[in-house]
Write a protein that binds this ligand. Sequence first.
Ligand code: SF4
Length: 702
Amino acid sequence: QDTGREGITELATQCPFCSVQCKMTVMVECGSSAGRPAIRVEGTMNAASEGRLCVKGMNAHQHANSRERLQYPLAKRDGEFIRITWEEAFATIQERLTTIQQIHGRDAVGLYGGGSLSNESAYLLGKFARVALRTRYIDYNGRFCMSAAASAGMKTFGIDRGLTNRLAEIQDAECLILAGTNIAECQPTLMPYFTRAKDNGAFIIVIDPRETGTSALADVHLKVKPGTDAALVNGMLKIVMDEGLVDQSFIRKRTKGFEELKHHLDGLDLDAVSVLCGVDRASIRRAALAYGRASTGMIFTARGVEQHVDGHMTVRNFLNLLLVTGKIGRPSCGYGAVTGQGNGQGGREHGQKADQLPGYRLIENEQDREYVASVWGINPAELPGKGVSAYEMMELMHAGDIRGLFVMGSNPIVSNPNAGLVEEGLERLELLVVADIFLSETAKLADIVLPVTSYLENTGTMTNLEGRVLLREAARAAPAESKHDWQMLCELAAGLGQGERFAFRSAEQIFEELRIASRGGIADYYGITYDRLRREEGVYWPCPSLEHEGTKRLFEERFAHPDGLAVFAPVDNRRPEEETDVDYPLILTNGRVLEHYLTGVQTRRSPSLAARAIENVMEIHPRTARKYRIEDGALVRIDSRRGTVVVRTRVTSKIREDTVFVPMHWGGIQNVNRLTNPALDPFCRMPDFKVSAVRLEPITGE
Ligand code: SF4
């Protein structure tokens, strides 16, 4: 927009990366000394990030302006990509998808979405799968992000919203538990909420096998052995109960299942818990007493405790702890699943998940099917059934059951566990179509690549980790021949004979249909409109009417189950699914670094971010490094039962001696997911990313 200042254009937008969704202004100043526009970025005051930006947000425009941006559709011929027109791309995709489905059935085609897509794109991708292609197979990378916390929230509370209350309430909590979340690197603009709480006297408990910028705030850091978090919480629960720190009145009036939980923990051996978790008993006790005695407190979990085969039950145990002490539904009391992806919350609410329809409706529920079918103008019998999770789709590709795949805003070859199988599965497809802004590792394997718009060019709503719906408006026109995700889907659907049901001319029109499709559902957006989002600083769902102000704090009176009660669940102490042995003697865990987002497709193309973290690095404890003759800065080969990677080494005493840590942002030989364990959580189908048994071998003669 015109700023009134000659030669300066201001683009008002929102960061494309993590779940805080910080608002920002990108200032483009023409005529700099280098002869190219100079660009400055500033945070814009807003209620979530309070005007702050982290280094990722400050440099997000670099990837949007990259010369590597895809300009036009590509098709692979004899192993090389050639430029084609959109008409050719659509005609080829329509013809080949139709042929695959005619020969092998509708379910021979799958769709794979992403948690960075806007609500409108996620909604339309789900509708495209169910209405235009009528396949049951659709899922997305959010399966790896929030599925454990989401399913645990649904079972315990009857609703799944990232934070049960506002970020602003953190600073007044007396005790905070941060479990498996490294906010200092993953959502840095949230850190001031926690430092303010600390300044106000809060007791902070961090549960993480590594010392991080987040654990630096901790009064107690429980440096837990990966995969044993549920047992650790059992220990804390036992201490809280034995010390009489339970809120009997809350338990009696607002919960059910407490007696079973109490009985389950009666004989718990705290020494055995301490040994299993690798945490001394005194520290567990200190943490339990601090949380139990505090009159207010909040618990935050993230992938560190969720990406396990018992991730669902681990989160349920944290919710047990919260419920026994009655710390929910009142100021500065609640739970937060700290989402990694920009639209991790909204992306899972509107139908790109295998088992869900818009508004968090369930695809296997007859009433939900009837309602959504009526909005879409189809017979409910035409709606396909429930599909399978993201990694299970990879297995179906590998087995030859899924023969055509459409990927939108995701890079499954880097983000799935057991990447070797994923790569083979993608190579076996008869048709792989990838819509992206760059030639990602997955796009390189594609038959057709479609260029789409970036965050600077694409209008849509995003729902941040608080459940706050925010509008991000396009700041500039689409470059070259790129199209918006939704435009592309509408045109493809029209070619498949579904033009009437996909006759959208703007993202806002899609949102208008989404509002109706979500009406009365768990994630009810009916009262939210673009006009309202332009006037207000976002609106919290559920928001069932235009007059409703949105729900800032959940569960003040009742939980969302029909009887209004929250549900306790006894949780077993589990050992990790894959244990170390003489062949694979160390635990590998993975995670993020400050500079990169997800599989790094965007951030690795931002020169400033890439320069700060140019390659993948394994963290290892000095004593472990000595034992395996590995030197700081040297290359190391890591093997698991599934594959091999080669990365550089960083020797640091910040990690446990029995564990090594490798980030998740790189592909190829640096792709940590070549090593990771694809065992799935039975409740939510989350893979066990966080515990794999590995061995190390120094690489000599560099
Ligand atoms: Fe904000 Fe997250 Fe973007 Fe950083 S990455 S600027 S914390 S939205």
